[in-house]
Design a protein around this ligand. Structure first.
Ligand SMILES: NC(=O)c1ccc[n+]([C@@H]2O[C@H](COP(=O)([O-])OP(=O)(O)OC[C@H]3O[C@@H](n4cnc5c(N)ncnc54)[C@H](OP(=O)(O)O)[C@@H]3O)[C@@H](O)[C@H]2O)c1
Length: 465
């Protein structure tokens, strides 16, 4: 079955569960964020071994009674990656691909991964990418630990070249190609330069990640974690973004809200040919089965897929509120598709308040307002920065594998997988493997240390969506 048949159009990313975005990822409410996301209807999570402890933190949130009881493994998608080891270290060899997949399965407590990307393909040769794709497909066809195979990266031309190469060399298109920061208020190259080529290369799904351009398009500026300022945007672009924020402010909006809405809502439509059929927000486990909506049923048509990133409950709540309002506009889409115009009411608040207009009408006029504001913001950014893409990799990039990499490969290979008991797709590590896994890896503090705030078993009923 193609991935697009079941994937949802909203994926929660976990790059934020790392020291690149945050000073201390262990201090984040990661379990709470994952549980709230599931409770709110999100059914897909994107992660990577490159994101420090993110896979483990996501795995811990999923390996809880709350998730096992309410969300069977086949009710959500897990997407992870292989090949990127560190900022300047890549290993796309089949041996490492195998080990990386096995490690992700253990960390995520699962017997299968719904999709595995070759991570940041622009840093390695096309031959390396081809070899890694072939190995992932071999795993798919032999042990079933991988269900779908794709690539991710930044320069859209490279993504297109590789999608075409994989099709030409293997006769089979990629299931999924994820681009990031290329369909935002600042840069829409994914639509203009890549979409037609990716469709022609037969790619099933094209998620648009980083609607805020990795946190660039917001009032407080780029995220600074314990690794310092990693963001590749040059200073002049940051200044232009600051001017854009002032313009949004003058219109009673915040840049991040405009940016999130612009990217998610526009890609929902523009990315539909490479979108997914899953519902925008799955129904809660105990919801009234008689209540039907486009949000929980889908529209019967593909919807472009976005990958969001949040670090706090407030950011998740805000992003979901925007998403709900976007999804409201999908109800009876054909009925009044052409009716909204700039002359309609242009709401500048986030949610309908006076009850005089329907959620759908509000959503439509809000969309018009956002598109209007986006055009003004792009005028402020100017031709120098609209559709600007920073270099990736840097011209002086050299791939350097750490000295302990091969040792890690050998150590990982020694860990047995046989003493596992899959239960409904969830993997429960039995003592010998659990011990080996603990010895194997990471630095994650004990669960109790993460959960000092108390376990979150259900989102409070009063969250405004
Ligand atoms: N190469 C790849 O494969 C690749 C690359 C990029 C992204 N991705 C995937 O896509 C996901 C999303 O990308 P991203 O995390 O870069 O997304 P993003 O939306 O561009 O940026 C996320 C950052 O924006 C901030 N943010 C989010 N919502 C906000 C709000 N309502 N108000 C103010 N700030 C807000 C957060 O900042 P704070 O952390 O400061 O709170 C967060 O760190 C990633 O987590 C990852 O899973 C993959």
């Amino acid at each position: 079955m193609p991935l697009s048949a079941t994937l949802a159009p909203l994926i929660m990313g976990t790059a934020t569960f790392n020291s690149q975005y945050n000073a201390d990822p262990y201090a984040l409410p990661t379990t709470e964020l994952v549980h709230r996301a599931l409770n709110s209807g999100i059914r897909a999570f994107d992660t990577s071994p490159y994101y420090g402890p993110a896979e483990e933190l996501l795995g811990r949130a999923l390996d809880t009674d709350f998730v096992r009881t309410n969300f069977p493994r086949d009710s959500y998608h897990l997407l992870t990656k292989v090949g990127r080891i560190a900022s300047s270290s890549f290993d796309y060899s089949p041996a490492w691909v195998r080990q990386s997949v096995r490690r992700s399965l253990r960390r995520l407590h699962t017997t299968y991964l719904d999709a595995v990307y070759c991570h940041d393909v622009e840093f390695v040769s096309p031959a390396d990418v081809l070899a890694a794709v072939r190995e992932l497909r071999r795993l798919r066809d032999t042990d079933g630990s991988v269900r779908h195979v794709g690539i991710s990266g930044y320069p859209v031309d490279v993504l297109c070249d590789l999608a075409e190469l994989v099709l030409a060399e293997t006769g089979e298109p990629l299931d999924i190609v994820m681009s990031y920061a290329n369909f935002t208020l600042q840069n829409t190259r994914l639509r203009s330069r890549a979409l037609p080529r990716l469709i022609a290369a037969g790619v099933d799904c094209v998620p648009n990640a980083s609607p805020l351009g990795m946190g660039l398009l917001r009032r407080r500026g780029v995220p600074i974690g314990s690794m310092g300022d990693f963001h590749p945007a040059p200073d002049a672009l940051r200044h232009a973004v600051h001017a854009a924020d002032q313009l949004a402010d003058a219109h009673g909006d915040r840049l991040e809200v405009v940016a999130i809405r612009f990217a998610l809502e526009s890609w929902l439509r523009d990315g539909a040919p490479v979108g997914a059929l899953g519902p925008p927000l799955a129904r809660a486990p105990h919801a009234d089965p008689g209540f039907l909506s486009a949000a929980t049923m889908g529209t019967g048509e593909r919807l472009g897929v976005s990958v969001i990133g949040v670090s706090t409950v407030d950011e998740l709540t805000e992003t979901l509120r925007v998403w709900h309002s976007i999804v409201d506009g999908l109800e009876n889409r054909d009925e009044d598709l052409e009716k909204t115009s700039p002359q309609d009411t242009l709401p500048t608040t986030l949610t309908p308040s006076d009850g005089l207009i329907t959620d759908r009408a509000w959503s439509r006029s809000r969309r018009t307002h956002i598109l209007d504001l986006a055009a003004k913001i792009q005028a402020v950014l100017g031709p120098e920065w609209v559709d600007y893409a920073w270099p990736s990799p840097d011209p002086d990039f050299v791939n350097v594998l750490p000295a302990d990499h091969l040792a890690a490969l050998e150590k990982d290979a020694a860990i047995p997988d046989v003493d596992t008991k899959p239960v409904g797709g969830h993997l429960h590590l039995q003592p010998p493997a659990a011990a080996a896994a603990a010895a194997n890896a990471m630095v994650t503090p004990p669960m109790e240390a993460l959960e000092q705030r108390g376990p979150i078993e259900a989102a409070p009923a009063n969250i405004t969506l």
